[in-house]
Ligand binder design. Sequence first.
Ligand SMILES: Cc1ncc(COP(=O)(O)O)c(C=O)c1O
Length: 217
Amino acid sequence: MWVNYPNNPTGAVASEAFFAELIDFAQANQIMVCHDAPYLHVTYDDYRAPSLLQVPDAREVTVEFNSLSKTYNMAGWRLGMACGHAQAIAALHSLKSNVDSSQFPVIQDAGIKALTGDQNWYAERNTVYQERRDIVLNSLSEAGLIAHKPQAAMYVWAKIPPGRQSGEFTRVLLEEIGVSVTPGSFFGEYGEGYFRISLSTSTPRVQEAMKRISAWL
Ligand SMILES: Cc1ncc(COP(=O)(O)O)c(C=O)c1O
């Protein structure tokens, strides 16, 4: 089973109790749980996202993946990590070493610096995302749109205005006011009726985009 918390695109988070249930389910059904967890350290309002590996004995049935893309702003550098079930990690290692001959060493050195340096800076970076999150949530609420307040990940997941399709709504925003957001339907059938706003654009541009969306609505 493949899971992803904190979640892209919804920003949903999982409790430790839910993770414990997931591990019980995996043990009872003899399956592995792969946890795609690149947003573990992109969190707001003092929230700390749990690792699936915090559940006792989780590593018997789990592999957890993380990436330097989000925590360390290294998207595109292609550095990540996997932790958990020893045999699964060994298989992954064997597969990976047959696919390529490791990452460019300079990028590995940068990864070592990122992982072993002062870790306080990304709390400050998270406050920047949080400020953008609040700008987005306030303008959506003023415009009468319903959105989930995320405690983690860098997206706001919001309902589109009633009577519209998410693909059509986001196309109109792009073509008429030059604002790019992602239609919920892009993520699968249950995403219909929603759109996703990314918080990874600079704060003045997020402000400008929200002004345009409010004026257009
Ligand atoms: C849930 C999730 N997993 C993985 C990735 C990709 O991570 P990477 O840059 O390490 O390929 C993303 C990036 O958007 C993501 O949202």
